[in-house]
Design a protein. Structure first.
Length: 407
């Protein structure tokens, strides 16, 4: 119906111009120009009306709705591409028939608009994928942010499909035939773009298995990486180290190598403290009556028998467990226990290990709290007649030598 409408308008224009006295030598060119110009003006008016009135009206309408998804999916940039597609379809339908008097120009114009339609559709698909990604990202708690690699992969696929269709249009072949022909070059392409292909596959693997998200704290000792993930892309992962340097690493290296993700610690809101002090074996002994009388009045003594013999290291462990249990920053649940235990004796002494979790997960508060606990342990050890092992220094040796000289 549309080609007949254009042909009818072209015929009417030719007859009108002939009636106005236009000669046969100019009649065909003038009729074609007037018909094509009229169609171009109609397409421009359609695009102007859509972008000036229709799209702003839709934008105002969706801004008054309570739902947020329509604000993202029907954003002005996406609707503008829809307007472009409508204009291109109108031109593809009506413009080529207006050039029926010029077969060569008709073929070139028809081919150009078919390619242009493919390009606009690919652009529309990419805009839709971007809007969908923004919608999921705004309505989720972090996992969607790592979907950037999948979004980029889908955009690459859409562009690749568009390129194949354009090649098939230019070659006047079936797209399946073009794909079959490209299969012969696949081996060469895989060798040339090996790193990119591995990066794409690894990026998708990282995202689908939820191994990495923007905002995660990761450590990769093999690559000297210790910081926060800024971006998980299709072929790169960007990490900002704590020294404020930015490292870019290919995704496949994170899949093939091991890395530590601290997200579990952040999600559980509990961070482990595992510190130990080494007690001098010579200072471990039974407590005398004076020490027991001084300690039995304290809260941590509990139901211990003050008349029994007690080892000072045993009492020190009990004291430390009571001290840890009263810390307001202590984090406990079924998986977060706290305890003070002795490890196997070493030539340096008996390691006494403090194992518990704190609700302070940020770096600086965590380190300050850990230091305060360690300071308390070192200060309290002398109350029980214990000594912390410390290797002799040069000053100790010098003082010993001075004592020998004086004696």
């Amino acid at each position: 119906m549309e080609p007949e409408l254009t042909a009818g308008f072209l015929k009417w224009t030719s007859e009108t111009l002939h009636g106005w006295g236009v000669g046969d030598s100019l009649l065909r060119a003038c009729a074609t120009l007037l018909t094509a110009g009229t169609i171009l003006i109609c397409a421009w008016l359609l695009f102007y009306a859509l972008t000036r009135y229709v799209i702003p009206a839709i934008d105002r309408l969706i801004s008054h709705t309570e739902a947020k998804w329509d604000d993202v999916l029907f954003n002005p940039r996406l609707l503008r591409v829809v307007a472009e597609l409508a204009c291109v379809l109108l031109l593809q339908t009506f413009l080529p028939p207006s050039l029926a008097l010029y077969p060569t120009l008709l073929t070139i114009t028809s081919l150009t608009f078919r390619i242009l339609i493919v390009c606009v559709i690919v652009h529309l698909v990419n805009r839709f994928l971007l809007a969908l990604y923004e919608l999921i990202e705004s309505s989720s708690s972090g996992r969607a942010s790592s979907l950037k690699g999948i979004r980029q992969m889908l955009q690459v696929i859409s562009v690749s499909v568009g390129v194949i269709i354009i090649i098939s249009i230019l070659a006047d072949k079936n797209p399946l035939t073009v794909i079959t022909g490209l299969g012969a070059a696949a081996t060469v392409l895989m060798l040339v773009f090996k790193d990119s292909i591995m990066g794409v596959v690894a990026g998708v693997q990282l995202t689908l298995n939820d191994m990495l998200r923007p905002g995660d704290w990761i450590t990769v000792p093999a690559r000297n990486i210790n910081g926060t993930v800024l971006e998980v892309g299709l072929t790169t992962v960007k990490v900002q180290n704590f020294d404020m340097t930015i490292v870019t690493v290919p995704p496949y290296s994170l899949v093939s190598e091991s890395f530590q993700n601290w997200r579990g610690m952040s999600d559980s809101r509990g961070r482990r403290i595992n510190r130990s002090v080494t007690i001098d074996v010579d200072s471990v002994s039974f407590c005398d009556r004076r020490t027991i009388d001084k300690l039995k009045e304290e809260e941590w003594w509990g139901d211990l028998d003050p008349e029994a013999q007690h080892v000072n290291l045993t009492l020190f462990r009990r004291y430390l467990e009571h001290y840890i249990s009263r810390l307001p920053e202590l984090k406990t649940n079924d998986n977060m226990i706290y305890m003070v235990r002795e490890l196997a004796p070493t030539p340096q002494g008996i390691p006494l290990e403090l194992y518990f979790f704190t609700s302070l997960t940020s770096w600086k508060p965590y380190e300050l709290f850990t230091a305060s606990v360690t300071d308390h342990v070192l200060a309290a050890v002398h109350r029980f007649g214990l000594r912390v092992y410390q290797a002799p220094s040069g000053r100790d040796i010098a003082m010993l030598a001075e004592g020998f000289r004086q004696s």
